[in-house]
Design a protein around this ligand. Structure first.
Ligand code: ADP
Ligand code: MG
Length: 311
């Protein structure tokens, strides 16, 4: 690790105690890990080097970007190290699961209405009946946090590229952080990028068409995410039609109309449709006001943009 090499500090040695496993994929395992001296808990991601060599860019991007991000709604990396067979990364521990868990959580009615300012109590480990998606006030809290995270990333020339409920994690008090930066990329000199990547139901038309794209794909992703949180379904697929090729054909087809369920508020419908604008230049977030146009949209009326970040 280059950083450690430039600052040789023997006293900074970490002693870590590994705890229960939280999850994992084909080449990775994530477990709770506690620093012995401070008692501070982290999520430790261990990746097999033999797996990493098949797709090193994703790991390098996640490593380089999360090491430098410093925003309350982005998962941060605190250390990285290796042994003969594995790479290890220490991340913020997010014990509350992800937003997909919230969407599929067992039915339990929210008793208290979410009053402005009472985010912490109201959003603690929410378990909501998600037959039609979540309450708009709760979605406003989650989406608002993600707008701030994306604004920060874009200001730092980073395009995130993989917005979806599975990549938004919940901390011990109910706040969310964007995680899984495997597809994130630094765009040098405000350049365009061409690589097709993301998740089929969430990719922007300019990404599918390989016309070259930049931050616009994240605001499209935000529109899909908002629709998913509010309805429990994806805008371009249905249980009957989840073939990725059909879904992506719908995404680029100007004539294919998104269906809005009747229970959506007019403001929510308007915000989704402005984010799911197929022409990147006309999309909310890409106009002159940039992210501020989204923050000022009437769906966010009453949302405390400063309060949520200074908590
Ligand atoms: P992969 O790149 O293999 O998909 P992820 O980074 O998505 O690995 O992590 C796999 C699983 O580990 C996640 O689905 C989640 O359950 C758990 N996990 C990952 N990061 C954290 C974290 N920071 N805090 C808590 N759990 C986490
Ligand atoms: Mg993952």
């Amino acid at each position: 690790n280059g950083q450690a090499a430039s600052k040789p500090d023997q006293s900074a040695q970490l002693v870590l105690v590994e705890g229960p496993v939280l999850g994992g994929g084909a080449f990775s395992r994530v477990s709770i890990c506690t620093e012995e001296s401070s008692g501070r808990a982290y999520a430790m991601k261990r990746m097999r080097k033999s797996g990493v060599v098949q797709c090193p860019e994703h790991v390098f991007c996640e490593q380089a970007i999360t090491r430098n991000t410093a925003h309350p709604f982005c998962i941060r990396q605190y250390a990285s190290f290796q042994d003969k067979y594995h790479l290890y990364f220490l991340f913020d521990l997010m014990p509350g699961g992800d937003l997909m868990d919230v969407l599929v959580a067992e039915a339990k009615v929210i008793k208290r209405r979410i009053a402005q300012g009472a985010w912490r109590r109201a959003c603690f480990a929410p378990k909501v009946k998600m037959l039609k998606g979540m309450e708009e006030k709760l979605a406003q809290f989650y989406i608002g946090s993600i707008v701030l995270a994306l604004e920060y990333l874009h200001d730092n020339d980073i395009v995130y590229r993989d917005l979806k409920p599975e990549n938004i994690f919940i901390d011990s008090v109910g706040f969310v952080k964007l995680g899984d930066f495997g597809f994130a990329k630094v765009l040098e000199n405000a350049n365009r990028t061409y690589t097709f990547c993301g998740t089929p139901g969430y990719v922007a038309p300019e990404n599918v068409l390989a016309h070259g794209y930049n931050y616009s794909v994240d605001w499209w992703g935000l529109g899909v995410l908002l629709y998913v949180l509010l309805t429990g379904r994806q805008p371009f697929s249905s249980p009957k039609t989840d073939d990725p090729m059909i879904v992506m054909r719908r995404i680029v087809d100007e004539n294919w109309q998104i269906k809005y369920p009747p229970y959506l508020s007019p403001a929510a419908k308007d915000l989704v449709s402005r984010l799911l604008e197929r022409k990147p230049a006309r999309r909310l977030g890409m106009l002159s006001g940039r992210a501020n146009d989204i923050k000022r949209h009437r769906w966010f009326d009453g949302f405390d943009w400063d309060g949520v970040i200074t908590r």
